[in-house]
Design a protein around this ligand. Structure first.
Ligand SMILES: Cc1cc2nc3c(=O)[nH]c(=O)nc-3n(C[C@H](O)[C@H](O)[C@H](O)COP(=O)(O)OP(=O)(O)OC[C@H]3O[C@@H](n4cnc5c(N)ncnc54)[C@H](O)[C@@H]3O)c2cc1C
Length: 601
């Protein structure tokens, strides 16, 4: 397989050193050409990733991970990055009919994605987590690979996240026949064998309020036939999907839905009762073939009974949300790498940008946000790994429940802000498509939307905290104490104090608002983001102390202090009269009535 991919890389039209910069000198008096930003080996270039792996992996796991990570780092800063730039204008194409009038609904993904599919298998980007060679640390190894690899694949992480989520869900729900059929394929290292999976939930009725789903399931012997429309399905080129439908006669809401397993094609390669209505024309994630589908008698197998579909798909969502958090950090890392390299090449007002105190401070802020996001996302990864290896304590499981939505929502917002700032850091060039920077911003913008929007996950955070007599709240408090327990460097004292002050503020805000459910709900986003940023600062403090103790320098100390300067507590200080505030907000939001009909397109 390696040979196959190596050949692919060799035969791809290469960017020569001068391509794009061939100097057609039309005016000898204007010889200046700006150097573009460059990437090197993305493993070698990433101080935090190396420190983190040294800190968290056993010597044996670290040794095993090094060679593949080194290869991925080399590819994503080199050949794969070049291919990504060359592939920029390729998007998936849907051909609905063949020349002879047959409905075929063939989707051709871009060459970069075809290669990514093969590399994902070869590099074990799903497999490593399921091979469990290093128990709970296997997840860290897997997500480190995904973190390095994804920024050069134009969001191939999307189908992979769903593939990983599907494998986890089938295993958790213990449907042995489906496990035997699908899991070895979903987790294969062989590009010829590996399957990907979709996650088909969202319908026209909604993606957040999925209990409204209208797809029905009619019994047909041992199987069911599904009828309905799936409104956003990103893995349409997958071999299988997990989806929700309401068995005939079931009641409303999420409880009345069941989780179904479907394969997209039959043994002859024909679609299984499925047609692709169109591909969505989106702001970003252009390589992802997000489709609208009609299911007209799609054969399906229930995964775990004929109800509680929303509860049953939760394993999938926990995995895809973890992917989302890690991919947010990965996108931020790429944006930062480009902006930092640019600052070392661009001169303005007599000096390199990197030597301008204000520009340096701007970039340092991006480093802090990126490192905070990385550590929070990987904390969710560590807990997921423990759960799967069955080494998690009760408290770890409560922490995982609440940390997953917090990590997803916090990092998603940071990813957009960092991509935007990185673009500005490259000035006008950053706004120009063929520098590759606009792509980062467009692709980041989906991260707070799919897999649960910021608001929806903020409310989920409240739900998680209120369950089981506040067990997750206690686990969160214990987590902050755990992260800070060894921190003793005086230069980190303001940060550790800020963590505790922010936590106490969030905690007392929560207790106060419990008496006023409307105010609690209205403030849920500020509350959840405060928890996310407070956790990030605590994790950065813990990491910074480890770096000081292991001769890794004070970089992480500086990152912690920068994050604090950016602010971690978003909750209001003053006691607000919630009724008065609600009335005032209502004034802001009076809709302007329009008598015109909506525009027809
Ligand atoms: C590129 C892309 C790919 C996608 N791929 C898939 C896929 O493969 N499979 C799939 O199933 N789905 C997919 N989705 C759909 C996505 O998961 C949903 O769009 C998302 O969950 C939001 O649902 P919605 O669009 O119905 O928005 P809505 O639920 O209508 O939300 C609209 C706004 O209202 C807010 N809101 C909603 N409820 C509340 C509340 N109770 N309180 C406060 N605010 C609230 C939301 O935060 C949001 O800002 C994809 C979406 C995109 C953009």
């Amino acid at each position: 397989m390696k040979t196959d991919c190596a050949r692919f890389y060799r035969t791809w039209p290469r960017i020569t050193k001068n391509q794009g910069r061939q100097r057609v000198v039309y005016d000898g008096r204007m010889p200046f050409f700006q150097e573009p930003p460059r990437l090197g080996n993305q493993l070698v270039a990433d101080a935090l990733l190396n420190e983190y792996l040294d800190r968290k992996l056993s010597a044996e796991a670290r040794r095993d991970a090094q060679e593949p990570l080194q290869e991925i780092g080399e590819l994503t800063g080199g050949a794969l990055y070049e291919l990504q730039l060359r592939d920029r204008e390729n998007v998936p194409k849907l051909t609905q009919w063949d020349a002879w009038g047959n409905r075929i609904d063939h989707i051709e993904v871009s060459p970069l994605w075809q290669l990514a599919a093969r590399d994902a298998a070869r590099l074990g980007i799903i497999a490593v987590a399921y091979e469990q060679r290093h128990g709970e640390q296997s997840r860290i190894d897997q997500f480190a690979r995904a973190f390095l690899w994804n920024p050069s694949t134009d969001v191939y992480a999307c189908p992979l996240a769903m593939t990983d989520g599907a494998a986890r869900t089938l295993l958790d729900l213990k449907n042995q026949a489906l496990i035997d059929r699908a899991v070895p394929r979903l987790t294969s290292r062989d590009p010829e064998q590996m399957w990907t999976s979709g996650q088909w939930m969202t319908e026209r009725t909604g993606g957040s309020d999925v209990g409204l789903s209208e797809t029905t399931a009619k019994r047909d012997g041992e199987q069911f036939l599904l009828y309905g429309t799936k409104w956003f399905t990103s893995a349409t080129t997958a071999q299988m999907a997990l989806t929700l439908a309401r068995p005939e006669g079931n009641g409303p809401g999420g409880r009345g839905l069941a989780l179904f397993y479907v394969e997209l094609r039959d043994e002859q390669g024909r679609y299984n009762g499925l047609s692709v209505n169109r591909l969505k024309d989106k702001l970003g994630t252009k390589k992802v073939p997000t489709a609208e589908l009609t299911l007209a008698g799609m054969r399906a197998v229930p995964v775990a009974g004929l109800s509680d579909g929303v509860r049953n798909i939760s394993s999938m969502l926990n995995v895809t949300r973890t992917w989302n958090a890690v991919m947010s950090a990965a996108g931020m890392r790429r944006a930062l790498a480009l902006a930092t390299d640019y600052a070392h090449r661009r001169t303005a007002f007599g000096a390199l940008l990197i030597d301008k105190p204000l520009h340096r401070d701007t970039l340092a802020g991006l480093v802090a946000e990126t490192e905070g996001a990385f550590l929070l996302a990987f904390r969710a990864v560590e807990l997921l790994g423990k759960r799967e290896a069955r080494t998690a304590s009760e408290s770890d499981l409560h922490l995982l429940r609440v940390l997953t939505p917090i990590a997803k929502l916090t990092t998603g917002k940071q990813a957009v802000a960092v991509a935007s700032e990185a673009m500005e850091s490259c000035g006008g060039a950053g706004y120009v498509e063929d520098t590759g920077l606009p792509l980062l911003l467009r692709d980041a913008q989906v991260l707070p939307i799919w897999e649960g929007t910021t608001n929806v996950l903020s409310l989920d955070t409240l739900r998680a905290l209120s369950a089981e007599q506040g067990a997750a709240l206690k686990a969160l408090e214990a987590e902050l104490a755990h992260q800070l327990k060894d921190v003793r460097a005086t230069e980190l004292r303001t940060c550790t104090e800020a963590v505790m002050t922010s936590w106490q503020h969030a905690h007392s805000w929560l207790i106060t608002q419990l008496a006023s459910p409307v105010a609690l709900e209205a403030g849920a986003r500020r509350f959840a983001l405060t928890l996310g940023r407070t956790l990030q600062l605590a994790l950065l403090c813990g990491h910074a102390q480890w770096c000081l103790d292991h001769d890794r320098g004070a970089r992480a100390v500086a990152a912690a202090r920068q994050l604090l300067r950016h602010g971690i507590d978003l909750l209001p200080r003053e006691q607000v009269d919630s009724d008065a505030a609600r009335n005032a907000d209502a004034q802001l939001l009076v809709p302007r009535q329009s008598t015109k009909a909506p525009l027809a397109t």
